[in-house]
Design a protein around this ligand. Structure first.
Ligand SMILES: [Zn+2]
Length: 289
């Protein structure tokens, strides 16, 4: 079953997803009615609690028993390297010394990115890598709220300035094989938890499409990565009026070379976006400047 709200393939859906599926996409369908009834009778979440009791959750990093909601134990929590100021105002790259307000890195000066600002919650070390890997490839959707919360903390100013949140899309073939888009799930939670007014900040996972099924970026050079994703994204023509003049917050899980988010940013700017900011959970770091 494809859920347009979470932009995912799910068999057992969280209640929010079921409600949305029922209310927005297939109102009145038998499948939606049955799923909604199942959720409202509370048959999904007590079952999860029983399973947690019988099979206690383990830390995704060290595999020790853990009661932490984050998915990692207290010891591994201490290993997470959160990114704090001072950092480059454009790239969000941590500085080892405070260079003053508005300081930007040599990377931002030498190679200005198409996006306005990049913020990430943590450095992509072993703990972050395990968290992302379990979230993406092991059906650990329960990790999404913790990951999204750290992103909200790191990207508060970007979120406050945004008119719309858009996740980095997967190509439909990869979406089908992976069953859900992890970036769309993070964007959905950030949107739901960051209401600046009654309407909140809309999340539109359909506003950007990945029109080419690019090969994996792993093993490619920086130039190769850029070429690989060049022209891979587009805003569907009928959705361009929704993007035009808007301040967009592009959400992804990890910033590595930045090739994908830069290509996606260019597509959004071509569609008339006023500015594009980027928020990711983790970022690969070379050296702290
Ligand atoms: Zn641990």
């Amino acid at each position: 079953m494809f859920c347009h709200y979470m932009h995912c393939y799910q068999i057992i859906l969280p209640e929010e997803c079921i409600l949305s599926f029922h209310q927005e996409n297939q109102p009145g369908s038998r499948a939606a009615r049955n799923l909604l009834k199942f959720a409202r009778k509370g048959l999904i979440f007590p079952a999860v609690k029983i399973i947690n009791f019988l099979v206690p959750p383990r830390c995704v990093n060290c595999n020790q028993l853990s009661t932490m909601q984050s998915g990692i134990c207290a010891d591994c929590w201490k290993l997470v390297r959160f990114i704090e100021r001072p950092y480059c105002e454009i790239m969000g790259t941590p500085f080892s010394i405070d260079l003053g307000a508005g300081a930007i890195s040599t990377e931002a000066m030498a190679h200005p990115p198409p996006f306005a600002r990049l913020r990430s919650a943590v450095l992509y070390d072993d703990v972050a890598r395990h968290l992302v890997s379990r979230f993406k490839f092991s059906d650990r959707n329960d990790l999404a709220p913790f990951i999204a919360n750290t992103m909200i903390r790191a990207g508060r100013e970007l979120i406050d300035d945004a008119d719309m949140i858009i996740p980095l899309p997967l190509h439909r073939r990869r979406l089908f094989s992976r069953r859900f888009n992890q970036s769309a799930e993070l964007a959905r939670i950030i949107s739901a938890r960051c209401e600046t007014d009654k309407a909140g900040i809309p999340c539109n996972p359909m506003a950007l499409s990945r029109i080419r099924n690019t090969r994996q970026q792993i093993g490619l050079t920086l130039d190769g990565r850029s070429r690989n994703v060049s022209g891979a994204f587009m805003v569907p023509p009928k959705l361009r009026p929704e993007i035009s003049g808007k301040r967009i917050l592009l959400v992804d899980d990890v910033y590595t070379s930045g090739a994908s988010v830069k290509s996606a940013t260019k597509a959004l700017l071509r569609a008339g976006a006023q500015i594009v900011d980027v928020l990711t959970f983790a970022r690969v770091h070379t050296d702290i400047i």
